[in-house]
Ligand binder design. Structure first.
Ligand code: BGP
Length: 480
């Protein structure tokens, strides 16, 4: 089976993870700056210095046949404090970046918010404060007017990661744990922020398209057929996926998802969240006008019934087997025997990709088209001293299996229009620093030199044939 002619094959990035230059050109601080400084384990500078190296990354994209790139605009480069005065140097940078994309024939898909709320926005409650939603809408409208060269807009990247990691697992700033009330309220508010931006975009009658990107972690019961595990999996799915899918793709929350959310809140003796009638209208209007949904898929979860206290341990170092997630009123994650995991304990389960795409097709008929906006595997890699190529065979195999799952979903009727590798080049990872590498292009962070990995050559075959190459189909032997 071939991918269609107009299919996008891209690399994905995010401003804070690639740009570096956090003190340049009037950029305002964001929530991560003081958080990482206090943590003291790694710094967002230099990342892969995309702020200056972007022409090289786009040149490589072109050379390896990629016809799209995901980038995000750093809100605080445009509005250093989140609102008010515009920083023209930030605006000028993104014009330069987009012009370079066009020059190289690499279509930019541009995200407005990729985990990087400006510091004053974060300090005033982040997504929990509805005044910040007004500021987000103003920033979005500014970008829509300022950057007519952009055809594909994404409102928010992975609202689930933001909400769950800010308020449940505490790995994102401010690092609060097990506050399910704040998690769900923040999830709902992100749905509203997204919906208001979609509605504003459509009111402006612009010729482009607008979508959202969700991190979808397919959740299965640990033991098939076990009623308690099935219910636990449903609750985990509510926290991770279901509330977002209903809110953004159906435009209304089903009774089932509301009941499951309230069950979790009750079990934790936490207050219900606020959803107004006005909110419901905004969600319904946006879902009907949404152009596409982006699916980020890396792994699935297997969940067991559990009724103890909440406990989470984040594996941020690649020490296999060190992560723990058990949540009161939800369940406990445990990998089914026989399913391989990465060093960071992410189960490798391509069927989860197929099932998630099919779920959207079957349950959310308003959805017009989908893109796989992130997929890839983090590995520990270093530059071989003998000058040979970085042999990331594991990545090639991972991607091939997931592309196959996408093709199967396409054969079964899903309208998938593009695939973005996470990531284009090696970069900084929010909670794992610099040792978890995902790129098609290896980055030597000291010299900022790029080296195509074996997977880049394999990906080039894919982009030129539109067929999934065999996993040993790479003739190229040296990247230097
Ligand atoms: C997604 C994010 C990305 C990226 C990726 C890999 O959730 O959108 O920003 O970080 O996951 O995750 P990690 O860096 O934690 O391995």
């Amino acid at each position: 089976m071939k991918f269609p002619k107009d299919f996008y094959f891209g690399g994905a990035t995010a401003a804070y993870q690639v740009e570096g230059a956090t003190h340049e050109d009037g950029r305002g601080p964001i929530l991560w700056d003081p958080f990482l400084e206090k943590q003291g384990t790694f710094s967002p500078d230099p990342a892969c210095n995309f702020y200056h190296e972007y022409p090289e990354d786009l040149r490589l994209s072109k050379q390896f046949g990629l016809n799209a790139i995901r980038v995000s605009i750093a809100w605080s480069r445009i509005f250093p404090t989140g609102s008010g005065k515009v920083e023209p140097r930030g605006v000028a940078f993104y014009h330069r970046l987009f012009a370079e994309c066009k020059k190289d024939g690499v279509e930019p898909f541009v995200t407005l918010h990729h985990f990087d709320s400006p510091l004053p926005i974060n300090e005033s409650g982040d997504w929990l404060n509805t005044e910040n939603i007004d500021k987000f809408v103003d920033y979005a409208k500014f970008c829509f007017k300022e950057f007519p060269e952009i055809h594909y807009w994404i409102t928010i990247n992975e609202p689930t990661s933001m909400a769950v990691q800010q308020w449940t697992t505490g790995t994102f700033p401010p690092g609060e744990k097990y506050n399910f009330h704040k998690t769900f309220q923040s999830e709902h508010n992100e749905n509203i922020a997204h919906a208001r931006v979609v509605n504003a975009y459509k009111e402006m009658k612009l010729p482009g398209e607008i979508g959202i990107v969700h991190a979808l972690q397919t959740v299965y019961p640990f033991e098939e057929g076990n009623a308690a595990d099935i219910h636990a999996a449903k609750k985990q799915d509510t926290l991770d996926n279901y509330l977002f899918l209903d809110g953004t793709l159906a435009g209304r929350y089903s009774d089932e998802v509301l009941d499951l959310m309230n069950e979790i809140l009750d079990a934790n003796k936490q207050a219900p969240i606020t959803i107004t009638e006005a909110d419901e209208k905004v969600l319904a209007q946006a879902a009907a006008q949404l152009d596409f949904v982006g699916v980020n898929y890396y792994f699935s979860k297997f969940v067991k019934a559990y009724d103890g206290p909440s406990e989470t341990v984040h594996n941020g170092t690649g020490k296999k087997g060190s992560s723990i997630t058990r949540l009161r009123g939800i369940g406990e994650e445990q990998v089914r025997p026989g399913i391989p995991t990465t060093d960071w304990d992410w189960p490798i389960y391509p069927k989860g990709m197929y099932d998630q795409l099919m779920r959207i097709k079957n349950n959310y008929p308003l959805v017009k088209k989908m893109y796989v906006t992130e997929n890839g595997i983090g590995l520990k890699e270093s530059l071989p001293e003998d000058g040979s190529i970085i042999d990331d065979q594991k990545r090639i195999e991972y991607v091939a299996l997931h592309l196959k799952a996408i093709q199967e979903a396409m054969a079964d009727g899903t309208n998938v229009c593009g695939y973005f590798m996470w990531s284009l080049q090696d970069m900084f990872s929010w909670t794992n620093g610099y040792s978890k590498r995902y790129g098609l292009f290896f980055v030597d962070f000291k010299t900022q030199k790029r080296y195509p990995k074996k997977s880049a050559y394999w990906f080039k075959k894919l982009t030129s044939t539109h067929e999934i190459p065999s996993t040993d189909a790479v003739d190229q032997v040296s990247s230097r």
